[in-house]
Design a protein. Structure first.
Lengths: 237, 446
């Protein structure tokens, strides 16, 4: 079984001068390829902090994080950027589309920052269109974000997360701002992606959402309190 | 290259999101660039005007004119109130005989007379002069010949008339060979001069000249026929002036010798006119240098004003960009999360300011190119709403209305370059502060 990502004894401390906040106090776990993980836990337990580290948005205070064969904790800022661009797809709770761009242009954004800045050619355009079709927005490619519903915006951000064919997909409460019908639609898309072999790591507060994943990680006070395996068979790619 | 095109496209997209704001931000640069170009164009036009005037007078010429001494009435021998002053024929002789660098000299006497042909009459300026007058005043003939030396020797009653005089007196006939009456004497017309644009006044000591109502006669003939006395009727009372020569125009053999020759002329005249300074020495070359200096001062002053408006424009851009960075903190966080490096963010915001300042600069250049038209509008406005009738005819008025702004073409790229530089300078700080944002913090920003 190949690993998509692996964290070893990860800690993250915030030094606020008078106090040191220990957001993560030594987290170790493996993420096999094709995994679908829900990270749960009470507020302030360190879920987002862990996800940000997994997303190479930040470096840990100590410990190691392996992604694509490299230890992310040793990389400099530009290398972290390259890592995020190449290996990671983000889905945010509040969608975070760029207001002045159309649907298609939003999906293209990660292409702008590929290393060496290769031109965006016809093949790339077609790939973006294909992704738009896949999330069911093939007829809305030249709409702007304010013309879309929340669910539609989140679909755009899923398409955007996929454009560089990342190693892992990270989602921080992707359905937190959506109603239950839309939530189900988004979950359906994520399921399909996972069935296609994508590794998905998702933070959620909803047990009903968490139950739909393969594995739950329960966090408490900066540590993993419990790992539950929901589904035994983890398909390998 | 495609990368540059792409970041410029993206910058345009962001700027077009807030059209009004981007437009207003640009305005400072537009006016800055416009005023740089306009002010240089006006400075350039003024200097060209001054140069033109000076060259009309001749860069190697020195002009000596009679000047009425300040309200000093000299009693003549006859006891009547005759004012006697100015250059003497002896001055002309001394100057031409003692200063070797002088190659040509024209003595000039000017009187106003009524001239008449059959039933047509008009008032004209009768200029007594010699053969060299034609060339030294850049006049050309349209018909006949100019005055010759033998006309002088033989005291012939011949005259050369200006085109306008010919048009008034000889509506349907060929003037050459006809006779005209000047005062009480008859003269034969031997030539007609072409129109020449009036020269404007320079430096106060030389008033403008309108060559188109002149009649030229041999100076010796004029002296013999009319004498040196000039009686004018002013406000009911008669004043008589006795002036031998109104002007002597001298040509120096070499441009480098002009200033020293002018000095020699001044010294000579100081000795021949020890009591009153009833003459003025005008050296066009000196005027040219003065005009150059005035232009420099103008350019520095006007340039500073334009520079201030450019700086203000730059501060405006920086201000807006800082606000924009704050407003778009979340966008910056998203881009960083999706893989943008700090340098990408710097590039993005810097490109936006450069595009903003650059297009402002381009619009400014277009406005700048319209300076001559704008200036015509200003002249029209001044003529109709600001100036009173007699001011327009004064030296200052003439100078203003004769002025044609000349766009200095080097100022276009320079002004545009300055605007882009200001874009870079005012954009660099906001861009760096945008790039330095922590991606996680930026993503959390509301
Ligand atoms: N930049 C920071 N500076 C200081 N403390 C921080 C910072 N980021 C997070 N923390 C602290 O780290 C701890 C974990 O925060 P984190 O955001 O990971 O919680 P969470 O599990 O995502 O909570 P929630 O469910 O409310 O989103 C909290 O106590 C938080 O206050
Ligand atoms: Mg959180």
């Amino acid at each position: 079984m190949r690993l998509a990502a692996q964290v070893v004894d990860l800690t993250k401390f915030y030094d606020l001068g008078s106090v040191v906040v220990k957001a993560l106090r030594g987290v170790s776990t493996d993420f096999p390829e094709g995994d679908f993980v829900a990270i749960m836990g009470s507020s302030g337990s360190g879920k987002s902090t862990l996800l940000n580290l997994l997303g190479a948005l930040d470096r840990p205070t100590s410990g190691q994080y392996f992604l694509g064969g490299r230890d992310v904790s040793t990389l400099d800022d530009d290398e972290l950027s390259a890592m995020r661009n190449d290996m990671i797809g983000f889905i945010f709770q509040s969608f975070n589309l760029i207001a002045q761009y159309t649907v298609l242009e939003n999906i293209e954004v990660p292409l702008l920052y590929r290393s060496g800045y290769p031109a965006i050619g016809r093949a790339e355009r077609e790939w973006c269109l294909e992704l738009a079709n896949m999330v069911g927005l093939g007829d809305r490619t030249d709409h702007r974000p304010f013309q879309l519903s929340g669910g539609q915006q989140q679909r755009v951000s899923i398409a955007r997360a996929l454009v560089n064919d990342p190693q892992i997909i990270l989602a921080d409460e992707p359905t937190g701002n959506l109603d239950s019908t839309t939530e189900a639609e988004i979950m359906e898309i994520l399921h399909k992606l996972n069935e296609d072999g994508r590794t998905i790591i998702m933070v959620t507060h909803e047990p009903s959402i968490a139950r739909q994943t393969k594995r739950q990680i329960i966090m408490k006070d900066g540590l993993i309190e419990n790992e539950t395996l929901i589904k035994q068979s983890i398909p390998t790619r | 290259m495609t990368h540059i095109i792409r970041i410029v496209q993206l910058a345009l997209k962001s700027l077009l999101l807030h059209k009004l704001r981007s437009g207003l931000t640009m305005l400072g640069i537009v006016f800055g660039v416009f005023s740089v170009i306009a002010m240089l164009a006006i400075g350039e036009g003024a200097s060209a005007q001054a140069q033109r005037q000076v060259l009309e007078l001749g860069a190697t010429n020195v002009i000596v004119r009679s000047v009425k001494p300040p309200s000093e009435v000299m009693q003549s021998s006859s006891g009547s109130r005759v004012l006697s002053y100015g250059l003497l024929r002896s001055d002309y002789k001394i100057l031409t005989n003692t200063i070797p660098t002088i190659t040509k000299a024209v003595p000039i006497r000017e009187v106003d007379r009524e001239i008449r042909h059959l039933k047509q009459s008009m008032n004209a300026r009768v200029v007594g002069c010699t053969a060299d007058y034609l060339e030294m005043n850049h006049l050309t003939l349209s018909q006949g010949r100019f005055l010759t030396n033998s006309d002088q020797e033989n005291l012939l009653n011949v005259a050369v008339i200006a085109n306008e005089v010919a048009n008034i007196l000889f509506k349907f006939e060929d003037p050459v060979g006809k006779s005209i009456r000047i005062g009480s004497m008859y003269y034969t017309v031997v030539g007609v001069t072409k129109d020449r644009t009036a020269s404007a006044a320079i430096g106060g000591s030389l008033s403008g000249q309108d060559y188109n109502k002149d009649v030229y006669v041999p100076i010796k003939t004029l002296q013999v026929r009319e004498g040196d006395l000039d009686i004018k009727t002013q406000a009911g009372s008669n004043t008589a002036e006795q002036i031998e020569l109104h002007q002597i125009t001298l040509r120096v053999n070499d441009k480098d010798a002009v200033l020293s020759t002018a000095e020699a002329i001044r010294e000579t005249l100081e000795q021949t006119h020890p009591r009153t300074k009833d003459y003025a020495v005008v050296v066009p070359l000196e005027l040219l240098k003065q005009a150059e200096q005035i232009r420099m001062i103008f350019n520095v002053v006007l340039g500073s004003i334009a520079a201030i408006s450019l700086v203000v424009g730059g501060i405006g851009i920086m201000n807006i960009m800082l606000a924009t960075v704050t407003e778009r903190t979340r966008e910056i966080g998203v881009r960083r999360a999706l893989g943008a490096r700090q340098s990408d963010i710097i590039e993005q915001f810097l490109t936006e300011t450069i595009v903003l300042a650059g297009s402002g600069g381009l619009i400014g250049v277009v406005f700048g190119l319209l300076t001559p038209v704008t200036f015509l509008g200003i002249q029209w406005f001044v003529q109709n709403f600001v100036m009173e009738g007699n001011t327009a005819g004064s030296d200052v008025g003439r100078m203003f209305f004769d002025l044609q702004p000349q766009i200095a073409f080097w100022s276009l790229p320079v002004a545009f370059g300055i605007s882009v530089t200001i874009g870079i300078l005012s954009g660099i700080y906001p861009a760096i502060s945008a790039a330095k944002l922590d991606p996680i913090e930026a993503l959390r920003h509301e």
